[in-house]
Design a protein around this ligand. Structure first.
Ligand code: SF4
Length: 81
């Protein structure tokens, strides 16, 4: 599975490193290192890390398409003239 951490959002709370230590690790006080191609068997842990991240910095994707970000189609219906 693939995953991406938006390091601009990441605040180094280390929730992910606590929940999925084989995928995420803290390097020093604030910088996060992670495996962008985590093993399939890590999927459940990664899912927990995604859910636990306080700033939603983690995006996980998978070959089956589940777990990816919802691509909502917000269409503006603006023809009120
Ligand atoms: S849980 Fe989120 S904010 Fe905390 S270290 Fe992981 S990615 Fe960064």
């Amino acid at each position: 599975m693939r995953l991406v951490v938006d390091l601009n959002k990441c605040q180094g709370y280390a929730q992910c490193a606590f929940l999925a230590p084989d995928v995420f690790a803290m390097h020093g006080e604030e910088s996060l290192i992670y495996n962008p191609r985590a093993e399939e068997e890590q999927r459940e842990r990664v899912a927990r890390a995604v859910a636990a991240c306080p700033v939603q910095a983690i995006t996980a994707d998978g070959p089956d398409g589940s777990g990816g970000p919802a691509t909502g189609s917000a269409r503006e219906a603006s023809d009120g003239r």
